[in-house]
Design a protein around this ligand. Sequence first.
Ligand code: ATP
Ligand code: MG
Length: 424
Amino acid sequence: MLKDRVKLGEIDKYIDKDVYVYGWLEDKRIVGQVAFLVLRDMTGKVQVTVKKSVKRHLYTHALTIPRQSILKVHGKVNLYGETIEIVPHDIQVLSEAKHPLPIDPTGRVPANLPTIIDNRPLSLRIPTIRAVFQLRALTKQVIREFFINNGFVEVDTPKIIATATEGGANLFEIKYFDRVAYLAQSPQLYKEQLTMGFDGVFEIAQFYRAEKSHTRRHLTEFTSVDLEVAFADYNDVMDILEEMIKYILTEIHKRGKPYLEILGHTPPEPPTSMKRITYDEALEIIRSKGGEIKWGEDIESEGLEKLAEELPGFYFIVDWPWDIKPFYIMRKGDLTESFDLMMGRLELSSGGTREHRYNELRRNIREKGLNVESFDYHTRFYQYGMPPHAGFGLGLDRLMTILSGRENIREVVLYPRDPESLTP
Ligand code: ATP
Ligand code: MG
């Protein structure tokens, strides 16, 4: 089948030739004694012109084909004025579409988000929706490129784990034969371990959080872009992250143009630099705007909103209090060598220097109220020469909302999972 297929995006190369084209019937108009069929595939569309006077049986047949059915058309490509049309010898229905359709795939009758998600495959026929996922695929490619160009090694860490990685309560428990296991919430400890053998490792993978969050930025299954670098501290990885964001934005503006045009969206220009403010400075800004926040508390939505008024673009909040950071982060007194990358009010990434010293790491685990022995499987490697290291995790789905100009994280994930929805 594929051998004879001419893609509709390339139909202009076949003027006056006989071709086989495949696609779905997007639209059908009857004007006088002529049926105009709009055939579309993933690459473009073409008009199929069926004249009653020329092919009576095809004309009659064309009238009966339901919209969105998959057709194979054999015909001659013709230039009619400015329009490329196909004058068919034969039209075959490969798969007939049932009506009514659950959503209008031309996008003319807008559907709400739950209906779109419920009918995801069909929704991909709407150009603005397909463009989001084409942009997403391009973004992953660009990220991979950036890491590979910088000499980092792509790794795959397990998603089925035996113990709670970060001691968090937000783990999904699964039945693992006659034992309990969990779904990984991040590659954190594995990627740290791997800096024993690699200068830098990265992973782009799905992770799981059993959080009952009902926001436009949380999912229970999300895609994380993770990096961990040996012989580096948090300033080094902030530099890398900044470079990565600039590279993504530059490349998306260039290579993503066709998708951005369909989306009618212009992502932010690559910034010349990204401001780095401390947690303490962030609190000052929030308080100066009437916000109430105690030192040592996490910065919640209201505070982030106030910060975004001052810092609307990309910026870092650095040096977070030890009390609200996980055990593996490098401590300095009451603070830590940590950062969040923000885009306005949205947290895109968290990272920092990690504790690489065996005794200090064990002390930190204890101090966080966790059982130190249960982390032996991990901490034992820190006795055999663990390099100082630092890294970050960045939410790809959140980044995609910025790049595609969508409000809700569910719009940039094909089959989003949240506390309520597990289907399709
Ligand atoms: P938040 O405070 O927004 O819930 P977090 O600080 O708990 O996020 P981290 O553990 O720092 O998240 O994870 C690193 C990054 O992964 C986040 O900055 C975010 O971009 C992404 N991320 C984390 N949890 C989710 C989620 N439930 N859904 C989508 N993305 C997430
Ligand atoms: Mg975070």
